[in-house]
Design a protein around this ligand. Structure first.
Ligand SMILES: C[S@@+](CC[C@H](N)C(=O)[O-])C[C@H]1O[C@@H](n2cnc3c(N)ncnc32)[C@H](O)[C@@H]1O
Length: 244
């Protein structure tokens, strides 16, 4: 590494951050192979053989590959620095097979998923991992249900609930309603949000949506959109719908 690059890393604090990353990798080891073994002892192989479909490399059957998915999930949890936080209440929207939450659980966090009631493989995986999941379809201009408490960290990877891939993908109005609801009713006072969007034909977001996120003080970097804790929280709205 060039001297100037090293000096720059020291100047920006990058060197300190990478030292901390190494420290936490040592302090909080997360071994995907070990996790697969734990899941195999709980019946992963039955789920694998029931749903594996080598013909379908893009659809949900790809999630039977727990080794690969847990490797990704460990990277996601580390990059969100969830390996160095006190026990948080984490809600993952569109939680799919649940590997990310399983890694969070190994780190001592309290987790909850939210997803559609299909495919049944997701329900079986959540049951095997002993994690709670709320069955709910996120719809534009509709509040989320009462989830039995507030959450410190809200995540959503490969977001599809924004009508991804359709001709009515969410714009600023839909996102505004959704984010307001999260802030008023779902997040704790120090709650944070992290999304990873899916690409649309025009990219991850239109310039209009990017500007909207930025006006709400989001950090936007490609598919990644994150919101740090808010300064103040408006009072919770009463009478919430119960999940079906
Ligand atoms: C591409 S998968 C991503 C799964 C997981 N987050 C991951 O990254 O591996 C999208 C997930 O969003 C869920 N989903 C799609 N539309 C939804 C909606 N309107 N409300 C709730 N979940 C939805 C799907 O069932 C699926 O689990």
């Amino acid at each position: 590494m060039e001297l100037s690059h090293k000096i720059n890393k020291l100047r920006t604090g990058e060197a300190w951050e990478s030292l901390l990353d190494s420290y936490y990798r040592w302090r909080r080891p997360l071994n995907p192979t070990e996790m697969v073994r734990i899941l195999e002892a709980k019946g992963l192989e039955q789920i694998r053989s029931k749903y594996a479909n080598p013909e379908d490399k893009k659809g949900w059957p790809k999630y039977v590959d727990a080794d690969h998915r847990l490797e990704l999930a460990v990277k996601q949890a580390r990059s969100l620095r969830l390996d160095r936080r006190r026990s948080l209440r984490i809600l993952d929207l569109g939680s799919g097979p649940g590997y990310f939450l399983f890694v969070c659980k190994q780190l001592g966090h309290q987790v909850m998923g939210l997803d559609l009631d299909w495919p049944p493989m997701y329900a079986e995986l959540f049951e095997m991992m002993e994690m709670p999941r709320c069955l709910w379809r996120i719809e534009p201009f509709q509040s989320l249900p009462d989830l039995g408490g507030r959450f410190d960290f809200l995540t959503a990877f490969a977001v599809c609930f924004n009508a991804h891939g359709s001709d009515h993908v969410w714009g600023p109005k839909e996102w505004e309603y959704f984010l307001d609801d999260l802030e008023k009713n779902i997040l704790s006072e120090s709650g944070e949000i992290y999304f990873e969007l899916n690409p649309e034909p025009w990219g991850y977001h239109t310039p209009e949506l990017r500007e909207f996120f930025r006006q709400r003080a989001a950090h936007v970097e490609g598919k990644r959109v994150s919101f740090k804790p808010r300064q103040s929280v408006p009072p919770a709205t009463p009478s919430r719908k119960r999940p079906g």
